[in-house]
Ligand binder design. Structure first.
Ligand code: SF4
Length: 296
């Protein structure tokens, strides 16, 4: 029994979790087992175009922000897309070429708008790019890579505008079909955990979290308060304790797999990369083509 977590049946040591691990656990427990616990790891599905596109854009922006502002430019960012490009998962060469051109436009527009010297909508100083964060949060160790951490002038925790102090802002890049809104940013467990971990790691205030959607140029921003962060911390801590206990039970007795890690079939099974190992998921939805989910 846990002394650390104070929860009956929970593991004694702090569980280390990333936001994607927590999300997988909450989405489908069978997928969690197939992805994180089964060894040797079962073969996964092939590359998906939306993931390829997202990886290219992330890599390009990571490189752009490594340069000082006066050396950044939309043309240079677009050229980086060409250098980093991969066509894995796209339907054919024509579709890949279309999205390569779109990605060039997305990053060029974003950089000219926010990142160059004298940009019309600057976003503060970047203090972390794909920064690894790891910090005890709510009975677990939350860790992962935040796409970007910016530093901007903010207000202190009392809300007094007279006491302006620099704050850390968590930035997450999005390249998918759906345009995120403020509620997406507010509800995101990943962004909240990064905010909590950034506070601990950088010892600075951090309340604002932002989703930057490159295809639409949308920035969905939410300001957390102590209550909203506490809610995220509690939910994530409870999930981490559950998944840690389930993993320990599975390690002790693999026969509990079907009981502790049931499938959660639904429409999303079409894009699940372990569906070949899941009869219930295959029955629930036909396989999506590898290029499904691209922004229009
Ligand atoms: S196919 Fe569906 S039910 Fe099966 S593991 Fe994947 S998400 Fe879960």
């Amino acid at each position: 029994m846990s002394m650390q977590l104070g929860l009956e049946g929970m593991p004694d040591r702090l569980v280390r979790v990333t936001p994607s691990r927590l999300a997988t656990w909450q989405d489908c427990r069978r997928r969690y087992r197939l992805t994180y616990l089964d060894r040797p790891a079962p073969p996964r599905g092939g590359p998906r175009a939306a993931s390829t596109l997202g990886a290219v854009v992330h890599t390009v922006l990571h490189a752009v922000y490594a340069e000082p502002a006066h050396r950044r430019g939309g043309d240079r960012a677009a050229a980086l897309v060409d250098r980093q490009w991969s066509s894995e998962g796209f339907r054919d060469d024509a579709q890949a070429a279309t999205y390569r051109e779109r990605a060039r436009t997305w990053v060029a527009d974003y950089v000219e708008r926010h990142a160059v010297a004298g940009a019309p909508e600057p976003l503060g100083e970047t203090v972390g790019r794909e920064r690894w964060l790891s910090a005890p949060v709510g009975g677990m160790v939350a860790e992962g890579r935040a796409d970007r951490l910016d530093e901007r002038d903010g207000v202190d925790g009392s809300g007094s505008a007279a006491l302006r102090v620099p704050e850390i802002v968590v930035v997450d890049y999005k390249t998918g079909r759906r345009v995120p809104d403020v509620e997406d940013a507010r509800r995101s467990p990943a962004l909240a955990l990064y905010a909590l971990a950034a506070r601990r790691t950088l010892r600075r205030p951090c309340r604002r979290v932002e989703l930057h959607h490159l295809p639409s140029g949308t920035i969905a921003a939410a300001d957390h308060d102590e209550d909203s962060l506490a809610g995220h911390r509690e939910r994530a801590g409870a999930a981490a304790a559950e998944l840690g206990a389930a993993a320990e039970a599975f390690a002790a007795d693999p026969g509990v797999a079907e009981t502790l890690f049931p499938p959660a079939p639904g429409p999303r099974c079409g894009a699940c990369d372990v569906r070949r190992h899941c009869p219930e998921g295959r029955a629930a939805a036909p396989a999506d083509p590898a290029w499904a989910g691209l922004a229009p």
